[in-house]
Design a protein around this ligand. Structure first.
Ligand SMILES: [Zn+2]
Length: 139
């Protein structure tokens, strides 16, 4: 698991040894926003695109709905409906691509499935109140 020693999966959640493959964060975000893909695939891509070093991907109020929305023919984006977002989160948890406790404000990626050591990502979560005592939100 992560913790400052670089990416290492060791064993996965079935107790099997596993290696890893690098995938550009920007590519996950492109796929998350692409309405040609299914919503369940896109919410997993959104989680991967924004996950930090502890696997938490935080979103502002309508940010996830905007990502999971679609391009309008005349320009701009239509937000995904509240029920669509809620169902996508629920299905993500049911299928094991997101962890229990995920919601529209924070998607939690299982650390046995994906990890990042990208220096631009922190180890905090405001939604789940992790790591906040030592740090302040910079924004
Ligand atoms: Zn969180």
């Amino acid at each position: 698991m992560s913790g400052g020693k670089g990416i290492s999966f060791g064993q996965d959640n079935r107790g099997q040894q596993t290696g890893w493959i690098a995938f550009a964060v920007a590519e996950h975000e492109i796929r998350a926003r692409d309405s040609r893909f299914t919503v369940i695939y896109r919410i997993e891509q959104a989680a991967l695109a924004f996950a930090n070093k502890i696997g938490h991907a935080e979103f502002d109020d309508d940010e996830l709905a905007l990502i999971l929305g679609r391009e309008l023919d005349l320009g701009g984006r239509k937000l995904a409906g509240e029920s669509t977002v809620r169902k996508a989160v629920k299905d993500g948890i049911r299928l094991g691509v997101l962890l229990e406790g995920s919601n529209r404000r924070c998607l939690i990626v299982p650390q046995w499935a994906a990890q990042t050591e990208w220096s631009q990502r922190d180890s905090l979560c405001h939604e789940h109140r992790i790591g906040l005592r030592k740090h302040r939100r910079s924004a």
